[in-house]
Design a protein around this ligand. Structure first.
Ligand SMILES: [Zn+2]
Ligand SMILES: [Zn+2]
Length: 168
C-alpha cells in the first residue's frame, strides 16, 4: 500500500474513533497523527515533542500526551518498552513486521525486517486467531559495543598480565 493511501486510511479510522468516543476532532490531533505517519522508525515523547514543534504547528505537551493515549487506544500507534529505556512508540499501520534488536550495553534499538514468522500451515494451527502483526524483542550486544569491549579486553590483558580476567 502506498504512503498517501495509508495516511488516508488512518485518518478515516481516527475520525471514526473520535466520533464513537465523543472526543473532539481538533486540527492538533490530526497534525500529530499525520506527523507520526510521516516519520519512520521509533520515537519517544521528547523527540516527538521537539520534532513537532520544529514545524509551524505549536502543540503543548499535554495535547501530545493526550493524543498519544488516544492513538494507542485505537491501535494506530504501538508502545514499546525496550529494557530500561524510556517508552518508545511507532506507527502501527503499514509498518512491516519487524524484530527489535536491543543492545543491553548501550541501549541502541535496531529494526530488523523479518519475513513471515508463521507459514500458512503454522498459521492454521493458531485456531481462531488472526494475526495482525507481531514484533519480537531480541536482546544482545551491538556491533559497536562488541568492538569496544574487545579493545578494552586487549588493553586490560596487556596491562594486567598477571591478573586473571574475572569477567570470563
Ligand atoms: Zn551497544
Ligand atoms: Zn519497531
Amino acid at each position: 500500500m502506498d504512503k498517501s493511501k495509508i495516511k488516508e486510511q488512518v485518518k478515516t479510522e481516527f475520525t471514526a474513533y473520535l466520533t464513537l468516543h465523543k472526543h473532539r476532532k481538533t486540527p492538533e490531533r490530526f497534525a500529530i497523527l499525520e506527523h507520526i505517519y510521516s516519520t519512520k522508525g521509533h520515537f519517544d515523547m521528547d523527540s516527538l515533542f521537539k520534532s513537532m514543534n520544529n514545524n509551524s504547528f505549536r502543540i503543548s505537551r499535554a495535547t501530545l500526551y493526550n493524543t498519544i493515549e488516544l492513538l494507542l487506544d485505537c491501535g494506530l500507534v504501538v508502545k514499546h518498552q525496550f529494557g530500561a529505556n524510556v517508552s518508545q512508540y511507532e506507527r502501527a499501520y503499514g509498518n512491516e513486521n519487524h524484530d527489535h534488536l536491543i543492545c543491553i550495553s548501550c541501549g541502541e534499538v535496531k529494526e530488523h525486517k523479518n519475513g513471515n514468522l508463521f507459514t500458512p500451515t503454522q498459521q492454521k494451527k493458531l485456531q481462531r486467531f488472526k494475526i495482525s502483526y507481531y514484533s519480537m524483542y531480541i536482546y544482545g550486544i551491538c556491533g559497536k559495543c562488541l568492538k569496544s569491549k574487545a579493545k578494552q579486553d586487549v588493553k586490560s590483558n596487556t596491562k594486567n598480565n598477571n591478573i586473571t580476567d574475572k569477567k570470563k
